[in-house]
Ligand binder design. Structure first.
Ligand code: CTP
Ligand code: MG
Length: 230
């Protein structure tokens, strides 16, 4: 498999969680959420780099974590995050290795990602250009206007919830981020930036355990899954 660089945005403040410690640094079991997440990537074939974006305060903690993995500290790079997730990723993209052909972006707060699904996304990205892990929408989704009046109900059969990893050929992702920067466009995921420059991306079916720890209830679920997983 060709070289894979992984970017882990971990610089958010966790407003919706409302905890003092930012989400990636909350411990579940005896390890931080970030530690669990990073360890899921370390045995993926072809991995050449893990870039973690974080706030300045947490850089020493991440360096200590990197040293604790047997993989070797040279695999890891820590960069300063930005005010938006997208800016955190911009900062990381500057350091993507010349050895990487594919770049994966994966939220620090999705610690249940399975290695087989990462590999599958790599294969699809290699073939198509981009791959996004997701699951079919389980709720009916409504489009509303500013007054919350319902304007339409898109057919659920064509609606998927996008997760991460989102994996792309390096050149395509760099071009998409450059174009968004020039146009001052902010998207809610990486794929949306690639979509706007016409890049092809295929959805890969994942599982619902790959939850994003966002609200306090997600942390409770995460603790339950960890408890039964170990
Ligand atoms: N993230 C980041 N830089 C930001 C904002 C978010 O690196 N400026 C990261 C988060 O640390 C997280 C991932 O992007 O790993 C997904 O973001 P989200 O779940 O929204 O986390 P937060 O932005 O921290 O939470 P909230 O939106 O509730 O404030
Ligand atoms: Mg956020």
């Amino acid at each position: 498999m060709s070289g894979l660089s992984v970017i882990i945005p971990a610089a958010g403040s966790g407003e919706r969680m409302g905890s003092e410690i930012p989400k990636p640094f909350i411990k579940v079991g005896d390890k931080t959420i970030l530690h669990h997440t990073v360890s899921r990537f370390l045995n993926v074939p072809g991995i050449v780099q893990v870039i973690i974006a974080t706030s300045e305060k947490y850089i020493p903690e991440i360096e200590a974590m990197s040293d604790s993995f047997s993989k070797g500290a040279d695999l890891f790079k820590v960069v300063k995050g930005g005010a938006e997730r997208q800016y955190s990723i911009y900062n990381a993209l500057e350091y993507v290795s010349g050895q990487a052909h594919l770049v994966a972006v994966h939220d620090a707060v999705r610690p249940f990602i399975r290695k087989e699904l990462i590999v599958e996304c790599c294969e699809v990205a290699e073939k198509v250009g981009g791959a996004v892990l997701g699951v079919p929408a389980k709720d009916t989704i409504k489009q509303v206007d500013n007054a919350r009046m319902i304007t339409s109900t898109p057919n659920r059969a064509f609606l998927w919830q996008a997760q991460t990893p989102q994996i792309f050929r390096k050149d395509l992702l760099l071009k998409a981020y450059q174009s968004a920067l020039e146009d001052e466009y902010i998207g809610t995921d990486d794929a949306s930036l690639v979509e706007r420059i016409g890049g092809k991306i295929q959805m890969v079916e994942g599982d619902r355990e790959n939850l994003k720890i966002t609200y306090p209830v997600d942390l409770k679920i995460a603790e339950l899954i960890f408890g039964t997983d170990q």
